[in-house]
Ligand binder design. Structure first.
Ligand code: ADP
Ligand code: MG
Length: 343
């Protein structure tokens, strides 16, 4: 039985003509454009669909109204008009217009965008998370004194690892204060988390599918940090995603994780529970890291993970022997199976 339900697919992505605050200089880079071209080529190689590609956000509403697409592959991970807080506006708009689409609905995006909320839900599900304090815009400075350092500082709500740099790993309250101020230079007034620094191995896990129909789990990844200069904290922060000249880009490598059966079961079980509870749909990626005592803790849930061929999701598909085009096809199929089941 063919799982194909919609033949005509509108592929929606970020708008390269607009600024994007999560990118260096707020500009699309040659990498972004290369990823976009590769994505188009991979989709075209799937003969059975007809694709149209759309990234002009100023004309989005008009286009959706004048010629409602049969189905939208929502690869807009930048937010409407590249405003990260408006990532949910795209699925919200599609819902309002009754247009079927892939990926998380607004509710899932809202919950996962707030890392402190994800941590609360995770705890409630019995999934370990790093100890953390939430530093709201109006919090008193001395809130940072009561933490058991070393810590890692990150914006509570942001995209693309903004603010997660070498100095984000802090040894004491004074360093924490300095980095919170630094993060707020980039994101004025933002709420910030100080988390227990997790020094152990980092893991990533991807699920494709949905709770009703079951999941495909790709082989999990781990990160090889051994190419970093002596003394650089091993993190996959902002430079690892944006600066090809940084040792964080050149000296970190994603590779398949070697997990024993119990750990594998624990991470897949946790990911499936989080997927359902946080209302992910069709595909999602989960980031974990081990604490000093070996306990593996959740760092974040990505309901709209990067779709490019060099992103963690595609690398994990590759570990399973799947070509990039097959990954994209699996996402399309997962969405269509879900939509057909609901009809
Ligand atoms: N509590 C932590 N301890 C150690 N490293 C962390 C911690 N939180 C984040 N990191 C590092 O920073 C990276 C990015 O953090 P993450 O929470 O996944 O945010 P995002 O990917 O949205 O920027 C992680 O992949 C990891 O390398
Ligand atoms: Mg992450």
């Amino acid at each position: 039985m063919s799982r194909q339900r919609f033949r005509n697919v509108l592929v929606l992505t970020g708008d390269p003509s607009l600024q994007d605050p999560s990118k260096p200089g707020s500009r699309y880079s040659e990498y972004d454009l290369r990823y976009y071209d590769a994505m188009r080529a991979a989709l075209w190689s799937l003969g059975q669909y007809r694709f149209e590609f759309f990234n002009d956000h100023s004309r989005l509403l008009e286009r959706l109204l004048s010629e409602p697409p049969e189905f939208v592959l929502n690869f807009c991970d930048t937010g409407f008009r590249n405003v990260p807080e408006h990532e949910l506006h795209v699925p919200a708009l599609l819902e309002m217009l009754g247009i079927p689409y892939s990926g998380a609905a607004p509710a899932g995006m809202v919950m996962c965008y707030d890392k402190a909320i994800v941590a609360l839900v995770s705890k409630d599900l019995g999934i370990p998370v790093p100890a953390e304090i939430y530093v709201g815009a109006g919090a008193k400075q001395d809130i940072l004194n009561g933490f058991d350092y070393p810590g890692l500082i990150k914006p509570n709500r942001a995209d693309g690892s903004i603010g997660i740099t070498r100095d984000a790993v802090v040894a004491d309250a004074r360093q924490a204060q300095a980095h919170v101020a630094e993060v707020r230079k980039q994101l004025p007034g933002c709420d910030v988390l100080v988390q227990e620094y997790l020094p152990g191995p980092e893991y990533g896990l991807a699920l494709i599918g949905n709770p009703g129909s079951g999941f495909e789990v790709f082989p999990p990844l781990t990160v090889d940090f051994s190419g970093l200069p002596e003394g650089w904290p091993p993190i996959l922060g902002y430079e690892s995603k944006t600066d090809p000249s940084s040792p964080y880009w050149t000296g970190t490598h994603i590779q398949p994780a070697k997990l024993d059966d119990d750990t594998y079961a624990e991470l897949t079980g946790a990911s499936k529970r989080l997927f359902e509870r946080l209302q992910c749909r069709d595909y999602a990626r989960f980031d974990f890291r081990a604490a000093a005592d070996g306990t593996i803790k959740l760092m974040e849930v990505n309901p709209n993970p990067a779709w490019d061929f060099e992103a963690k999701l595609a690398l994990m598909a590759g570990f399973a022997g799947k070509a990039y085009s097959e990954l994209l096809e699996m996402i399309l199929e997962a969405a269509q199976v879900r939509i057909v089941a609901r009809e």
